[in-house]
Design a protein around this ligand. Structure first.
Ligand SMILES: [Zn+2]
Ligand SMILES: [Zn+2]
Length: 96
């Protein structure tokens, strides 16, 4: 299991700090998104604006299993996430 931004695959180093609205700074993945000061639950976690994409993502989406396809693999193989739907044109009413 590893932690990475679900959008850009940035992996926060252990010294990364997130700041709560109460002013507390802590590593949000040590507490599963819960502020140790005020107990606020951060259901969404922001990516690093300096090293990552800066986007907010669901906290759970940051946890990845090693066996899962990584974001890089998805980007490299976009056809994997596309559902293969055959293109069908308008059909004639002949068999009605
Ligand atoms: Zn707080
Ligand atoms: Zn990101």
């Amino acid at each position: 299991m590893y932690i990475a931004c679900p959008k850009c695959d940035w992996r926060p180093p252990p010294d990364t700090l997130w700041t709560c609205s109460c002013g507390c700074s802590w590593h949000t993945f040590y507490t599963h998104g819960v502020c140790p000061e005020c107990g606020r639950v951060w259901k969404e976690t922001q990516c690093s604006t300096m090293y990552g994409c800066g986007a907010w993502s669901d906290h759970e989406d940051w946890y990845h299993d090693e066996s899962d396809l990584t974001v890089e693999e998805y980007i490299a193989n976009p056809q994997r996430i596309q559902i293969d739907v055959p293109v069908t044109g308008p059909t004639p009413d002949a068999d009605r």
